[in-house]
Write a protein that binds this ligand. Structure first.
Ligand code: C5P
Length: 401
């Protein structure tokens, strides 16, 4: 969820400030662009150089640089408006009280007051300070402003005491924000199953029957579904591209039968299944256990039909499940796709015409027509597979859920 997001990290003066080095690393690793601002006291605990190096951006803590005679102004308003989300971590009792009262006597508070994005705060303080009525009231007040509270954990504190007040661990902060950003998304709470890529059907231990599918379309669907709030399972054939989003559950399979088994298992829990894989329709009846040697004679491989995964899921489909198939047709495309939609009990079929330039296997773009059960047709122009994925998912949200 943090991929491509502009994250402003506000660090205040607590010993927990050392953990912001890890937090910055995790945010960068999650794909966020990070800028750090410090309260004056934070500089006693962590150096601007460390955070500037990790965030790959200059770190600011003053409205202007006292050493720099040019008088360059650090614009707190621009910085506040730049952010997609702001995290105050660690948030000291002092900063919490200023945020709650609107006091604005340092650069970090100026940025906070200017930010229009969601603001998260992760307190860090000793247990008695954390339980003090003033702190509790400030936390409540900040939440009433719409700021998101990331509760402190329990454990050993810098004072030597044991109890509540430790700043949440950096992993938990990133996890909290990721989950919070998913709230209100169109696919929040939905489980989406996607299959993608080719299958390989063994001839012998080193040879197989396969196809040119790259899995790009299915991976784009998985990434988009995730960014729309879904919990995504991706059943992926061999050699396919991988999603960059690590929260997508990826199941690697090789043959159509393996793909079928995994899809049937995951379909039981799925709200939406989108089958984009280029499943081999046939497999060798008996795969040789040893490499087949040249014998000077022609050989014949008997092929038998593989299970049709989509058709099987169509038979299992419950009232509330949405099933989407793909069709790749070279002739009578629309009629064949409509027939396939009904035969396989799909709610929507995505017709893919490989003869169109820039469309189909291996390309980064695709040109498709969506067809629903009422046989309405929605042609989409040539677009990136990621944009096509977005349109397919948006169509599902608008018409099928
Ligand atoms: O019948 P056809 O192979 O053209 O149908 C394509 C659709 O059916 C795709 O969604 C594909 O993933 C799915 N399919 C399948 N199992 C097969 C063959 C195709 O799930 N054995």
């Amino acid at each position: 969820m943090l991929r491509g997001k502009k994250v402003l990290l506000g660090v205040t003066g607590s010993i927990a400030a050392y953990k912001t080095t890890f937090l910055t690393r995790l945010l960068i690793k999650a794909g966020a662009e990070v800028k750090v601002v410090l309260s004056p006291a934070a500089r006693d605990f962590v150096t601007p150089l460390t955070l500037a190096t990790l965030s790959k951006n200059p770190v600011q803590w003053e409205y202007f640089d006292r050493e720099d005679e040019s008088g360059e102004w650090h614009n707190h308003v621009d910085l506040g408006l730049w952010a997609d989300c702001m995290i105050i971590a660690p948030a000291t009792s002092n900063t919490l009280s200023k945020m709650a009262s609107g006091a604005c006597d340092n650069f970090l508070l100026g940025v906070y007051m200017s930010a229009k994005c969601p603001v998260y705060f992760a307190p860090a303080m000793d247990l008695d300070m954390y339980k003090h009525p003033a702190t509790l009231e400030n936390i409540e007040k900040l939440q009433s402003f719409g700021n998101r509270f990331i509760p402190a954990g329990t454990g050993e504190l810098a004072s030597g005491l044991e109890g509540e007040g430790r700043m949440a661990e950096p992993e938990d902060i990133v996890d909290f924000i990721g989950k919070d950003l998913l709230k209100g998304m169109p696919l929040e709470g939905k489980k989406v199953l996607i299959n993608a890529g080719p299958t390989h059907e063994a001839i012998d231990p080193v040879r197989f029957i396969g196809n040119h599918s790259s899995g790009k379309m299915g991976v784009a669907l998985a990434e988009r579904a995730y960014s729309m709030g879904a919990e995504v399972s991706l059943v992926l054939g061999p050699g396919s591209v991988m999603p960059v989003e690590s929260s997508i559950a990826v199941y690697h399979v090789v043959s159509a039968r393996e793909m079928n088994d995994k899809c049937r298992e995951l379909f039981q829990e799925a709200d939406i299944a989108i089958l984009s894989a280029a499943v081999a329709d046939y497999r060798p009846k008996d795969a040789a256990t040893q490499k087949i040697k040249k014998s000077g004679e022609d050989i014949h491989i008997q092929l038998i039909e593989n299970p049709d995964i989509l058709k099987g899921l169509g038979e299992l489909k419950g009232d509330k499940q949405v099933l989407v198939g793909f069709a790749l047709e070279t002739q009578n495309a629309i009629e064949n796709a409509i027939a396939k939609l009904h035969k396989k009990n799909c709610d929507l079929i995505v017709l893919n015409t490989p003869s169109k330039k820039g469309s189909g296997f291996g390309h980064d773009t695709n040109e498709v027509t969506l067809i629903d059960r009422k046989e309405n047709q929605y042609p989409l122009e040539l677009k990136s597979k990621s944009e096509i994925a977005q349109e397919i998912l948006q169509h599902i949200c608008n018409h099928l859920l």
